[in-house]
Design a binder for this molecule. Structure first.
Ligand code: ANZ
Ligand code: ZN
Length: 835
């Protein structure tokens, strides 16, 4: 019989649609497992080949858990508000709601096509009023708890999207979405006080199982720093305060710097003799982004404030003051003490302005660069009572002294800013507040939620940067819910991050119209046991949703402090680079590519993009090879957390493996149970696959299954051997497995149960002991992977096994083997030369 994957996949998907084997049951007695992936944004382009990587991995984890007896919640939904849909709608004159529904339909088709075991009765859509009713409700609770406020502030403004961006959405000075420059603009904005949760967002990381780089990125983003505020006297009548983490270096201060935006400058206008120069400098700084200003290795600019004198409180010495844009107004006090001997930016500045550089910590060569180590290597010098101490000792000693003298105190600062929460766009949740001339901001009564987005004639951008809703006077003009007088609705909408800040709770109880989630459902399912998602969301979505969850904990909606017990992250899938120098053979052609594409031509793989024509569409892959092959390949492609490159040839290799499994069915004998001959490989493979799935090593799990199949081919196999293979392969290639399971009579044996409904196979440690061994294979000394062979195999067997591995076959194609180095049970090295 032929492996007709298209018919088989359709047959089983239809069956799953009917019997719903993936339904999660709230309150069930089995232990629960909640596996979550980041829900997709339903773009017009459909599922990207990057989606199946995390989706398939979590699907495999959940399928195995189900077979291990867990009550599994593996949900899916759509994060559907946001700019791309709105822009598409504007361009094509279709309502964004219609565009969204079309896109969701297409995504749903594709997700079902890939055979994912989602609970389809729990699908959520953030643009559904029954969903965003609760997003609005949570916002109102934040407002009522004084965690939402409106303020005029300089915000990041994308010149192309004509929209405010959160700090997290500005990447290296440009808009994360469109790449246009981001400038500073004064605007009135709704803000959320995420900074109130800064300490908890850092400290509670100790209680969760996140991969280390996610924790580190979150800690750095929040940027908690413990230092000292030191007050300096000046000749202006005003004292100034600086923030420093190196109060030990106070004897090395040779100047001070104030930020161009600092309000004291204006106050000192009459005292500063070169005011014109200062004003011109302020204007120039306003045009730069914080990113540009904070960059290291950048030429330092600034202006000395003529007429201003500052007195170092530790030494009594007078030092000058400068204005420079490397000091940001939004951090610390907006004024710093310059210690060029021990801070690189200060060193660069001192060099540029010919200022003295004084050594106060011995250990480096400050004529070449600042000496910045703050461990025990540095010893204090030129620093009065601190001399001879290490930096570690000097910091607390100086802090104590400053406190005693009354000009210093300890201070904790954070890099984290409050979250800019409003957007001047149409396709988002309306902010449910009314502005009354008498009562101020008044919440829309909760029983009137959802506050539904009104139909507008045009959701085009407005030139004044106001939301398109502001043009809907019928909607805007309303009555004050408090006093009944005339009032106006807020016309800004929420950012896309709102709906995704709590969606994992809604999956627990998606149809509840009384609460975002019932206590019963939340107590049963919370917290999420395992959440996988992209690294790019670490400082955005992950931080925002942890903040909302902590707030919901504080008001008694949820019972856990943290939403996700475990967080992992996957690497991106890259496409082949069509302009790669390796694709051409002559030097002229290579040079031409380098001339045209620069460094880009040197990379074999690049991000997939329409313009490069290297985008892989999951539809095409499934059509050509089937969903099971696609699933297998995307897991076999490489280490899960690393970047991987798509290869059509390797897809074919996975298809060949499934063909081999299919054909193996004909060789199964009538012997029941695991055969004696295969027992070691079966038990070993069960152990390996079980462990590997738990640790996201899907690629090595698949390799182990491939090895097992090879052994079955050489040893022959019993029904028990085949049954173990099918059960283990079931999470990876569920369609094919169910078909073979049924055809070979296993369904009949287990009361009509599908393989996925049967128990995950168990292994017996004592039976795993090596009858086979893993050996390293080299070709001319280069490592080409490993093979599994029977213990003490002779050289011929080993060489044959090595040649059968794809990597080796590729490496020796067109070569002849001139010598074999064989170290029993350890290594085989095939020395080759061209034929
Ligand atoms: C003197 C000094 C000496 C500093 C030294 C460092 C090394 P973190 O750790 O990130 O909190 N700083 C303070 N406010 C600033 C602002 N608004 N803009 C730019 N830089 C600012 O960094 C704290 C250090 O960053 C502070 O400690 C200050 O420089 C600088 F050998 O003070 B330090
Ligand atoms: Zn009122």
């Amino acid at each position: 019989m032929k492996y007709d994957f298209a018919a088989i996949e359709k047959k089983w998907q239809d069956k799953w649609e009917q019997v719903k084997p993936y339904a999660a049951v709230t309150g069930d007695k089995r232990p629960k497992f909640y596996g979550l992936i980041e829900f997709p944004y339903p773009s017009a382009a459909g599922l990207h080949v990057g989606h199946p990587r995390p989706f398939t991995a979590m699907d495999i984890i959940c399928r195995k858990k189900r077979m291990q007896g867990y009550n599994v919640l593996n949900p899916i939904g759509f994060d559907a508000f946001g700019l791309p849909t709105e822009n598409f709608a504007i361009k094509n004159h279709i309502h964004p709601a219609i565009v969204t529904q079309q896109n969701i339909k297409n995504f749903t088709r594709q997700l079902k096509m890939l055979g994912y075991g989602f609970d389809w009765d729990r699908v959520i859509d953030t643009t559904d009023p029954q969903y965003y009713k609760w997003t609005q409700w949570i916002f109102l609770q934040l407002f009522k708890h004084d965690l939402a406020y409106k303020t005029t502030m300089p915000v990041n403004w994308c010149t192309s999207c004509k929209c405010v961006l959160a700090n997290e959405e500005v990447v290296e000075g440009v808009c994360e979405r469109c790449g246009a420059p981001v400038i500073r603009k004064e605007k009135s904005q709704w803000m959320l006080r995420i900074t109130k949760y800064a300490d908890r967002l850092i400290d509670d990381l100790d209680d969760v199982d996140y991969i280390e780089r996610v924790k580190t990125q979150q800690r750095n983003w929040i940027g908690r720093s413990t230092g000292t505020e030191v007050t300096f006297k000046t000749n202006t009548g005003d004292d100034i305060t600086v923030y420093t983490t190196r109060v030990d270096t106070l004897f090395g201060v040779t100047y001070t710097v104030i930020s161009p935006e600092h309000p004291l400058l204006k106050k000192w206008k009459g005292i500063i003799k070169n005011w014109d120069e200062v004003e011109a400098y302020q204007a120039a700084a306003a045009r730069k982004s914080d990113f540009e200003r904070g960059e290291l290795n950048k030429d330092k600019t600034g202006v000395r404030l003529d007429g201003i004198e500052v007195i170092n409180p530790a030494t009594g010495k007078v030092v000058p003051m400068f204005v420079s844009d490397y000091v940001l107004m939004g951090y610390g006090t907006g004024i710093v003490m310059g210690v060029p001997g021990h801070d690189q930016r200060d060193w660069d500045f001192a060099k540029a302005f010919g200022l003295p550089i004084v050594e106060v910590v011995e250990g480096g060569d400050i004529t070449k660069e600042a000496f910045t180590l703050k461990d025990d290597t540095g010893i204090m010098v030129n620093s009065g009572f601190l001399n001879g101490m290490t930096v570690k000792e000097a910091i607390p000693a100086m802090k104590k002294y400053a406190v005693e003298q009354g000009w210093g105190h300890e201070k904790v600062n954070y890099k984290l800013r409050d979250w800019v929460f409003s957007r001047q766009r149409y396709w988002g949740e309306p902010i449910p507040l009314v502005n009354c001339p008498k009562c101020g901001w008044v919440p829309v009564p909760e029983e009137e939620l959802p506050l539904v987005l009104p139909q507008v004639d045009s959701y085009e951008l407005t030139d004044d940067g106001e939301s398109p809703l502001s043009k809907m006077t019928d909607w805007v003009n309303t009555k004050c819910p408090k006093c009944g007088g005339p009032a106006k609705r807020e016309t800004d909408t929420m950012p896309q991050w709102a709906g995704s800040s709590w969606y994992f709770l809604r999956y627990m109880d998606p149809h509840n119209d009384q609460a975002p989630v019932s206590h019963e459902a939340e107590q049963y399912w919370g917290p999420v046991d395992w959440y996988n998602g992209g690294m790019e969301h670490t400082t955005l979505h992950l931080l925002y949703s942890r903040f909302w969850h902590k707030f919901l904990y504080d008001i008694g909606v949820v019972h856990t402090k943290e939403p996700y017990a475990k967080r992992t992250s996957h690497g991106m899938i890259l496409g082949q680079n069509p302009h790669y120098v390796g694709n051409v053979s002559t030097q002229e052609e290579k040079d031409a590519l380098i001339a045209k594409y620069g460094n880009q031509a040197l990379r074999p793989a690049v991000k997939m993009s329409k313009s490069l024509g290297n985008v892989v569409n999951p539809d095409d892959v499934v059509k050509a090879y089937g969903a099971d092959t696609m699933r297998l390949y995307i897991m076999f492609i490489g280490d899960f957390e690393k970047v991987a490159t798509w290869s059509d040839d390797a897809v074919k290799g996975c298809k060949r493996f499934l063909d081999r499994v299919w054909n193996l069915a004909d060789q199964v004998t009538d012997e029941e149970g695991v055969s004696e001959k295969n027992a070691p490989i079966v038990h070993k493979t069960i152990k390996k696959v079980t462990d590997d799935i738990d640790t996201l090593k899907m690629n090595t799990a698949i390799a182990a299954l491939m090895t097992m199949v090879n052994e079955f081919y050489s040893n022959g196999l019993s029904r028990g051997d085949f049954e173990a293979l099918l059960l283990m392969l079931s999470p990876f290639a569920p369609h094919m497995v169910e078909e073979l399971w049924e055809q070979k009579g296993f369904a009949a044996k287990y009361e009509g149960k599908m393989a996925m409904q049967c128990a995950w196979p168990e292994y017996d440690e004592s039976k795993t002991v090596a009858s086979s061994v893993e050996m390293a294979v080299q070709v001319s000394g280069k490592f080409k992977g490993t093979i599994i062979v029977p213990v003490d195999s002779d050289q011929d067997t080993v060489v044959e096994a090595a040649k059968a591995s794809e990597k080796v076959a590729k490496a020796i194609a067109g070569m002849q083997i001139v010598k074999v180095i064989h170290v029993k049970n350890k290594l085989v090295n095939l020395i080759v030369k061209p034929c």
